[in-house]
Write a protein that binds this ligand. Structure first.
Ligand code: F6P
Length: 341
């Protein structure tokens, strides 16, 4: 069997570990051949390929990013896009496609399966907001990077008696903020799921200064004040209709300076959270996802994806991943609030 593989959407540490596991097991155990599609859905749409075999996946386990490249191309939005993918797959002699991606990439995979494409999914996102899996790889790496950044912010905040704000990724879900904020002992954590009350944040900040500590605030890029709006960049929407978020950290610094009289600075971690080598946890999770994904292909389990449930790697319908976003439950946020102020 010949199998196509693509990585779509925002890149994420661990993608290469998935690709390596898919190819190694696919070649060694099942005698499959592979074709790498370049740059997400752009690859199958435009017939952009690269060789994918045991040699080309050597040494990639610890490498961040994706050897296949990625993009936010949405083939469903392209006139005749689905037909074009069908033709290109047939021309390449492919009888299966593994799509490694987040909400958007797997949304396209689901739509293609609905019209009869032989697709299997692997969930990926640093945001950890896909349903059907307890964790996605990339998340642990992003949390580790953000935690280390806040550990560093603590010492400079204390030296200067300043409020330091760390803005982390997370458009609709505050998992990175919640976990890194808890791990780093942040004074306040603000997440998109729970619009915040600025007066309450001012209270927490002041009480931290009273104990001679300097406050660290961990804010997700998608967090917003009560009665306020999502802060966005004046930039075009991407092919999946997403706005670019920016500004909540700066807004918070300005508001807190005005309200508390203390100096405030913001650090926006941005794509540093997505780059570089995956943690050991992410390498293992990504490898286990890859091993299971190729087993799904062997079984012809089209329209399914792999997921982590407890410590087991399981098979889940693709639609589950994209149906409802997995956001932070209030109970999880409440655990963190014990340490606020
Ligand atoms: O979905 C992953 C993610 O890193 C989000 O956390 C973030 O909002 C978005 O991608 C950024 O996208 P881009 O790299 O296209 O700016």
């Amino acid at each position: 069997m010949r199998v196509g593989v693509l990585t779509g959407g925002g890149d994420c540490p661990g993608l290469n570990a998935v690709i390596r596991a898919v190819v190694r097991r696919g070649v060694q155990e099942y005698g499959f051949e592979f074709v790498g599609f370049r740059d997400g859905w752009k690859g199958p749409l435009e017939g952009l390929t690269m060789p994918l075999n045991v040699d080309t996946v050597r040494g990639i386990l610890p490498r961040g990013g994706t050897i296949l490249g990625s993009s936010r191309t949405n083939p469903i939005k392209v006139d005749g896009g689905v037909e074009q993918i069908k033709k290109n797959m047939a021309d390449l002699g492919l009888s299966a496609l593994i799509a490694i991606g987040g909400e958007d990439t797997l949304g396209v995979a689901t739509a293609l399966t609905d019209v009869g494409f032989p697709v299997v999914g692997v969930p990926k996102t640093i945001d950890n907001d896909l349903s059907g899996t307890d964790y996605t790889f990339g998340f642990d790496t992003a949390v580790t990077i953000a935690t280390e950044a806040m550990d560093r912010l603590h010492t400079t905040a204390e030296s200067h008696h300043r409020i330091l704000i760390c803005e982390v990724m997370g458009r609709h879900a505050g998992w990175i903020a919640l976990h890194s904020g808890m791990a780093a002992g942040a004074n306040v954590i603000l997440i998109p799921e729970i619009p915040f009350d600025l007066d309450q944040v001012v209270g927490w900040v002041n009480s931290r200064f009273e104990t001679n500590y300097a406050p660290i605030i961990c804010v997700a890029e998608g967090a917003l004040p009560r009665d306020g709006e999502l802060m966005t960049k004046n930039a075009p929407l991407d092919a999946f209709g997403h706005v670019q978020l920016a500004g909540i950290g700066e807004w918070l610094a300005k508001s807190l300076e005005e309200r508390t009289g203390h100096e405030a600075r913001t650090t926006v971690l941005g794509h540093i959270q997505r780059g570089g080598t995956p943690t050991a946890f992410d390498r293992v999770l990504a490898t286990r996802f890859g091993l299971k994904a190729i087993e799904l292909v062997k079984d012809g389990a089209w329209g399914t994806m792999v997921g982590l449930q407890g410590t087991d790697i399981v098979r889940v319908p693709l639609g589950v991943a994209t149906g409802t976003l997995k956001t932070v439950p209030i109970s999880r946020y409440e655990e963190a609030t014990s340490f606020f102020g």
